[in-house]
Write a protein of this length. Structure first.
Ligand code: MG
Length: 468
């Protein structure tokens, strides 16, 4: 049972004490600045430390008392949320542990291993908790363990910001922009249909649109799935031909530029579908259409081709939604081989590593474009959004087209809102998004929810497997 809590998640009685202590602390800080006595900084600093100690003395020492996972699939995406409860009644944090394609594995990692690791520890020690949890399995890393770790990490930041009684972006340095610029996704079976969908987004206020023709790799343009006639694989296996995809994509860009002119910013997701040298050629051919970026042109296994791609053309490149290990992005950023880093916090371990990636990228002129489709839960979207609001090298945010559906908004109170191409976070303390556990239970987890599309491989005409 929880006590009645304030909006910040802090119990009302504690909230009053907490507010009073904070006011005292702020008065002391303001007084110091007004005095402007530079020579007295040492004394003032000691006095401030004492005041801080007094101001926080009223707050009970925190311990993590429980860590649990909540699973829900409200609209096509398997979402996993980690809830971290503390010794302060009613004070808890929530974080995203969503791994769309293997959610149940993350649930096991969080429940069986991360919960026993975290219970009893101080939730204020986020960096220490991240580092020690990261190596606690000895064999570390990977999207499953990082997903569970992200759930814990985001929940700890949520707790810290709730305790500070401020939205997380304030704790991270404050706003650098009024809202978060996003891109949406226009697709169609024909160039005309994609163009009509682009118009819908432009009319709704979007300035950045990702365009595809018949899904990733344009499988609808393929004509000869010989492997199916030969009985190879399963009847449900996907099929794609590289040449029609490349030709169709160039035709699509030519058409969209002709119809919509040069003002709209265009993005295209190559989704690692074609051979590395074909990707180099396509990115080079797309340069004439002035892309905002080409997304994930190469698979993580073929990053050696980025140097060749860079020498061939200057089409901006966004890379990394499949990254989970830090060594995968460091040289791409420091060698300036990409323009946007697009890892998702839920795949690399949370806000803590996300901030470090953003700072590394800042030093090399690389901007952010965190992964953010609709099959990732609103808590992770909001967590990334708080970083988006603060960092100087924010580029763009992938977001849910035209906003979240009603069911998800009810399932996740405080869900980010979309308006005219911008994502807005609320001003509640913490990450600002919660989960309604009773409602979440009405939408049980699905083994392979619609839209994930990764149960069946994609093959060439002869049955050879293609990267998904
Ligand atoms: Mg992508």
């Amino acid at each position: 049972m929880y006590q009645k809590v304030s909006q910040s998640g802090i119990p009302t009685r504690h909230q009053e004490e907490h507010d009073m202590n904070r006011r005292r602390l702020l008065q002391m800080t303001g007084g110091s600045a007004a005095a402007g006595a530079i020579g007295m900084l040492g004394e003032k600093s000691a006095a401030l430390a004492q005041t801080y100690s007094k101001a926080t003395r009223g707050l009970p020492a925190l311990k993590i008392t429980n860590v649990k996972t909540i699973q829900t699939c409200p609209q096509g995406g398997n979402y996993v949320v980690v809830k971290v409860e503390t010794s302060e009644p009613g004070l808890y944090g929530v974080g995203s542990a969503t791994l769309t394609t293997r959610g149940a594995a993350v649930v096991t990692a969080a429940n069986e291993f991360l919960a026993p690791f975290a219970i009893g520890r101080n939730p204020a020690h986020i960096e220490d908790m991240w580092q020690t949890a990261y190596v606690s399995s000895y064999w570390r890393n990977g999207p499953i363990l990082n997903g569970a770790l992200c759930g814990l990490d985001e929940a700890l930041w949520d707790i810290k910001a709730k305790r500070a009684n401020m939205p997380l972006y304030e704790l991270l340095g404050g706003k650098s922009r009024f809202a978060i610029t996003t891109y949406c996704h226009a697709d169609g079976k024909t160039v005309e249909e994609t163009s009509n969908n682009v118009s819908k987004f432009v009319e709704a206020g979007w300035k950045h649109v990702r365009i595809q023709l018949g899904g990733y790799g344009s499988p609808i343009l393929g004509k000869t799935p010989d492997f199916k006639d030969a009985g190879f694989g399963l009847p449900e296996d996907g099929y794609q031909e590289n040449e029609p995809y490349v030709k169709g994509t160039l035709k699509l860009f030519e058409y969209i530029r002709k119809v919509h002119g040069g003002d709209i910013e265009l993005i295209h997701d190559m989704h690692e579908r074609i051979e590395p040298i074909e990707a180099v050629n396509l990115v080079k051919s797309l340069q004439q259409y002035r892309l905002f970026f080409a997304e994930d042109p190469l698979s993580p296994e073929q990053m050696g081709y980025f140097k060749m791609m860079r020498k061939q053309c200057s089409t901006p490149i966004a890379m990394g939604e499949l990254f989970s290990h830090r060594m995968e992005w460091t040289s791409l950023i420091s060698d300036r081989l990409i323009d946007f880093i697009r890892v998702g916090f839920n795949h690399v371990g949370g806000i803590t590593p996300g901030l470090k990636i953003a700072r590394l990228a800042e030093a090399f002129g690389v901007r952010t474009a965190w992964h953010g489709p609709g099959n990732i839960d609103p808590i992770n979207h909001a967590a990334q959004g708080h970083v988006d609001l603060t960092i100087p090298n924010f580029g763009i945010q992938e977001a849910v087209d035209l906003g979240w559906g009603q069911v998800i908004q009810e399932d996740f109170p405080g869900c980010p809102q979309m308006k005219k191409g911008y994502m807005y976070l609320n001003e509640a303390p913490g990450i600002g998004v919660d989960i309604d556990e009773k409602l979440a239970a009405k939408y049980p987890f699905q083994p392979f929810p619609a839209g994930t599309g990764f149960r069946f491989p994609i093959r060439k005409a002869d049955g050879t497997q293609i990267r998904p």
